[in-house]
Design a binder for this molecule. Structure first.
Ligand code: SF4
Ligand code: SF4
Length: 401
């Protein structure tokens, strides 16, 4: 039977013509930041119209209408984008006139799914997709070693709160996993982890058009969480946060997902408000990098988590905002499968962000996502920047009283 590869993008048939190619979405909001700064890493790096959002929208239109056939070039245009949603936040015609694409990232993820169905997928994405099926992580590590970092005696089997660790903290940024567990313990939160029952949240699959595989992992994780009687899932990862909170109900139906999902910054803000914990001010001068999946992505479906990390960080350090902050943030560069399929582009994007860190005269950038920490940290080494890249939860762990 012939596969209708266009199916994932056909639903955009009505609204794709609303893009007026004005290109406002390529720049951060001048009225807020007072400078003409770019927001689309893909267009800036590759330099051709096809890589800017309106060009990518044209590709979707072409696929829907049949004037563009799936090809290796279409694959590169579709996948060389962090699905950071900067364009979505900046698309003023859509925001003001209401004929909205609503979520450019969803549009581009559907474009990818169409290409995947037509047999076009970056080799690296195919490989990590198969590894997730086999060993439930995209890092080519064994499933058995997922919780190697966890010391015994720190979790409780009868807890109603679950720390969903995620793959990056489990395998590549174990410092963040350990800091989260220690901070929760210090704060007196009774929690458990899923251990061998935790699989990749599915974000790398969803962002790279591998939807069927994502549904499988979502089903597994929801079932495992349900079995434990968990009421609240806490995550330190922006990608896991968006995926569990937004995508699982979309993929499986709202009634299947009966637990709350909160980011550690939200948990600590409420504990600080209730005076259950306090933090010591370290007197550091830092800046804060907004993870796309905690900010702009959430703005589309729920509420952007811009202020909570700042509210926590502001008690520990002095925040010097970068010109591009909150909805105007420049992406860390790693998302949407870019770090694996286009590593040079990922590092270039992170380096652009590190230059912005330097521009505000601080040597420390704090963020709230292990994947951002990883890519900014990699660029810091490659470009010999000598900055400190830190996750908020590490500072919370250190300063919690
Ligand atoms: S701002 Fe909106 S309408 Fe204008 S080019 Fe970008 S996506 Fe299209
Ligand atoms: S999602 Fe980000 S990288 Fe992709 S087109 Fe939009 S602004 Fe550019």
């Amino acid at each position: 039977m012939e596969i209708n590869y266009k199916k994932p993008v056909e639903k955009w048939g009505e609204v794709i013509y609303d893009c007026g190619h004005c290109r406002i979405c390529s720049l951060a909001d001048y009225h807020k930041i007072g400078e003409a700064l770019t927001i689309c890493p893909s267009g800036e790096y590759f330099g051709f119209e096809a890589y800017y959002p309106p060009g990518r929208n044209e590709l979707v239109r072409g696929i829907i209408e049949g004037s563009v056939k799936p090809s290796n070039k279409a694959l590169e245009v579709a996948f060389a984008c962090q699905v950071c949603n900067g364009c979505n936040a900046m698309c003023k015609p859509h925001t003001y006139f209401g004929f909205s694409i609503k979520d450019h990232s969803a549009l581009y993820e559907d474009l990818r799914e169409a290409l995947v169905l037509a047999g076009y997928i970056p080799e690296k994405h195919l490989e990590f997709g198969e590894w997730i099926e086999k060993d439930h992580n995209p890092y080519f590590e064994t499933h058995e070693s997922r919780f190697d970092w966890l010391e015994e005696g720190l979790t409780r089997k009868d807890a109603e709160v679950l720390y969903f660790t995620g793959c990056t903290s489990s395998y590549r940024q174990k410092n963040i996993a350990k800091a989260t567990v220690n901070a929760l313990n210090k704060a007196g939160v009774s929690f458990d982890v899923l251990r061998e029952e935790e699989w990749c949240c599915g974000s790398p699959l969803l962002r790279t058009g591998q939807r069927e595989k994502a549904i499988e992992v979502a089903r597994h994780n929801v079932e495992a969480i349900k079995k434990r009687g968990i009421k609240t899932v806490v995550t330190s990862c922006a990608g896991c946060y968006r995926t569990l909170k937004v995508d699982y109900p979309i993929l499986l139906g709202k009634r299947s997902v009966k637990f709350d999902v909160i980011h550690t910054s939200q948990l600590f803000v409420s504990m600080l408000d209730e005076k259950k914990v306090s933090l010591e001010n370290m007197g550091l001068d830092v800046t804060y990098h907004d993870p796309c999946h905690l900010g702009r992505h959430m703005e589309v479906y729920d509420k952007a988590v811009y202020e909570e990390p700042r509210d926590v960080l502001g008690l520990i350090a002095n925040i010097h905002e970068m010109p591009r902050n909150r909805e105007n943030a420049w992406c860390c560069g790693s998302g949407g499968g870019v770090k694996s399929a286009f590593p040079d582009f990922a590092l270039w994007t992170a380096n652009e962000r590190l230059k912005e860190v330097e521009s505000v005269g601080v040597d420390t950038v704090v963020t709230a996502c292990p994947f951002c920490v990883r890519n900014l940290g990699d660029a810091n080494e490659v470009f010999n920047k000598k900055l400190k890249v830190v996750d908020l939860i590490e500072l919370v762990e250190k300063t919690l009283k």
